[in-house]
Design a protein around this ligand. Structure first.
Ligand code: ADP
Length: 495
């Protein structure tokens, strides 16, 4: 593993917001409790944050309810809502270094990546949904009989949103952008590992003139604050991103309470298929990126690399060489490609999977252990000779562990790629258009990337088949999650 040596590039960053944002004010937890949040480079505490539970959720929901029922938000002109989102996008751009630094400090992802990819994407998402705010409208419907029929697309109400720790800023934007554009009010619960950037962006919304109560942010644990939000009787919709197991709980809580509609973006075990005619060097680089990006902590990670038998040996050599060259180290250093895993729990879990891989008949090509003695760094790890029934080929590892499998026929690889409970994404590498067309249609996944991977855009929908989720986020599709359709029927002529 290549270890970074360059100097640190930490921009000045202060942790200014650690309280909940409720009804336009930063406030302590009702219980007065706080919980520590950590720097994954060292495991050291960087701040103590208000710890929300059911009572904080009650207060936040009451504020969101009032802002929805009494206004001004849903009743405000759509153009005015749009302009607030645009102002937030500008403030994100203005504060991009501080935002990126805070994200890196709390999450461990490379600062250069946060600054050049995630923060610009955050601003882009707000721009995109600002553009939709004043373009949401219903239809005039030609019905049988003498009636004037129209549909009104109305905001759904109070949206509860629960997000994970792997992309704290982007998950915030995917949820908040469309909900606000449609005129909803929000209670968002951030992940307990990464509460800081959500509060920072919430502050930017206040600066941009968002009325009090429209966006409320509560920090805290899943089984307490998260569960209270999913089961709240006054919440009209819940959107969740996280593990499949927790997604099932959320759906159950929503059903047991008030049957609020639920969108879920869950786990994955995405196949990345390299055909015999692919450009091997390009495929190696992208398969590497598809798995190792964000410390392997991506729900759509290309975590089953299927390689055609004719190019398999060459691919293994090159994939191994690429992983060995991967620069791992302090995410604030220049040129670092991989920082630490998020916390000790994830770190231990990934190491357990690596041991399971070593104990099976898979071949460990490189890596296989922790890096250094401090923080949660793991060596980029590559296994070859992986078989479909091995644990490392079935479970979502969520770490820097690449599993390479061999295939011979296209029908065979389709069958094996689809033989999973997940269906979030897939990658296809070929120069043959017939092969590409065949695979893109045969794979059961919410996204198929052809000769590319992890191409994200505000306009491209994202979501899963099977146990990878329900519904789609981003693009026009996200608007449907946050709108009710009301049919209005009026006789053309009264008797
Ligand atoms: P991970 O295993 O990656 O931490 P989770 O699905 O547990 O993923 O967490 C994603 C989000 O779901 C976090 O904000 C977490 O607090 C929340 N969460 C976890 N458990 C529950 C629960 N029982 N009810 C509601 N939210 C939960």
């Amino acid at each position: 593993t290549a270890v970074a040596t360059e100097e640190l590039i930490i921009p000045p960053v202060q942790i200014s917001h650690t309280q909940h944002l409720i009804n336009g004010k930063f406030v302590d937890a009702a219980s007065g409790k706080k919980f520590p949040t950590y720097d994954p480079r060292t495991g050291e505490v960087i701040a103590h944050v208000a710890e929300g539970d059911a009572e904080d959720i009650n207060r936040a929901v009451a504020a969101a309810r009032k802002a929805f029922d009494e206004g001004p938000w849903p009743k405000m002109g759509a153009y005015e809502r749009s302009r607030i989102l645009l102002r937030v996008a500008d403030l994100v751009e203005k504060n991009s270094e501080e935002l990126a630094a805070l994200e890196t400090w709390n999450n461990g992802k490379p600062y250069e990546q946060a600054l050049t990819a995630e923060v610009p994407m955050l601003a882009r998402l707000f721009h995109y949904y600002a553009g939709w705010a004043d373009k949401i409208h219903g239809l005039t419907v030609p019905a049988d009989g003498p009636y004037h029929v129209q549909t009104l697309h109305e905001p759904i109400g109070v949206a509860g949103q629960i997000i994970p720790w792997n992309f704290p800023l982007l998950m915030f934007a995917w949820k908040v952008g469309p909900a606000l554009a449609c005129g909803n009010t929000i209670v968002l619960k951030s992940a307990e590992q990464t509460p800081l950037t959500a509060l920072y962006v919430a502050k930017l919304f206040q600066e941009a003139g968002l009325p009090p109560g429209v966006l409320n942010v509560v920090s805290g644990d899943g089984p307490t604050a998260g569960a209270a939000l999913a089961s709240h009787m006054d919440v009209d919709k819940v959107a969740f991103t996280g593990s499949t197991d927790t997604g099932k709980i959320i759906l159950e809580l929503a059903a047991r309470s008030n049957l609020k509609p639920v969108t879920l973006e869950l786990g994955g075990k995405s196949p990345f298929i390299i055909c015999e005619d692919a450009d091997i060097d390009h495929a190696v680089e992208l398969a590497h990126f598809a798995l190792f990006f964000n410390q392997g902590q991506c729900c759509c990670a290309g975590s089953r690399t299927f390689v055609h038998e004719r190019v398999y040996d060459e691919f293994i050599e090159k994939a191994k060489a690429r992983a060995v060259k991967r620069v791992v180290g302090d995410p604030f250093k220049k040129g670092v490609e991989q920082g630490p895993q998020i916390d000790n729990e994830q770190f231990e879990k990934v190491l357990r999977y690596i041991r399971a891989g070593i104990d099976s008949d898979a071949t460990l090509e490189c890596g296989g252990g922790r890096l250094g003695s401090k923080g949660y760094f793991i060596q980029p790890t590559v296994f070859s000779n992986v078989k479909d029934d091995m644990l490392i080929a079935k479970d979502e590892i969520f770490g820097p562990v690449q599993s390479i499998l061999k295939f011979k026929e296209l029908d065979e690889v389709v069958r094996r790629a689809n033989a999973t409970r997940y269906g979030l994404a897939a990658g296809v590498f070929t120069k043959n258009i017939d092969t590409a067309n065949y695979l893109t249609r045969a794979l059961r996944a919410g996204t198929v990337w052809v000769n590319c991977f992890d191409v994200f855009d505000a306009a491209i929908p994202f979501g899963g088949y099977k146990m990878s989720g329900i519904g789609r986020e981003k693009g026009i599709y996200s608007l449907h999650n946050y709108l009710q359709v009301k049919a209005v029927v009026t006789p053309l002529k009264n008797p």
